[in-house]
Design a protein around this ligand. Sequence first.
Ligand SMILES: [Fe+2]
Ligand SMILES: [Fe+2]
Length: 136
Amino acid sequence: MTSPAWSDALATGIPDIDRYHRHLFEVFEELRFAAQGGTQRAMTGNLMDRLLSGTMEHFSQEEAEMVATGYPHLDHHHAAHESFSDEVVALLQASVSGATIAAPVVIALAHRLVDHVMTHDQQLAAYLQAVKPTTV
Ligand SMILES: [Fe+2]
Ligand SMILES: [Fe+2]
């Protein structure tokens, strides 16, 4: 069983956002592979660091756009980011404390990202395209 992969169906039409999403799905798939024993343990920690830093950078990027454009659903979207980040941090802490990261947990989190992209991020992208048509 693989982690959900990037596809055009997930595209928001905002290149900077889509680039980050593609990157995050790639890291999730590498983590899924690692969780199934395909990678040395040290690599798993490295992947968790990349997942957390990539997630935080990306969420900051989206939220900066929301602030800059006066996005009306910023609070709601920010809360969704916080909730997702909390799960990534929990997974990282479990990994650091020596727990085995189970592939289904990684896959479930990647599916959560799919849900986030298809709801919160698509809504944000539609707004950004309406207020900043030159960025697309
Ligand atoms: Fe988002
Ligand atoms: Fe996003």
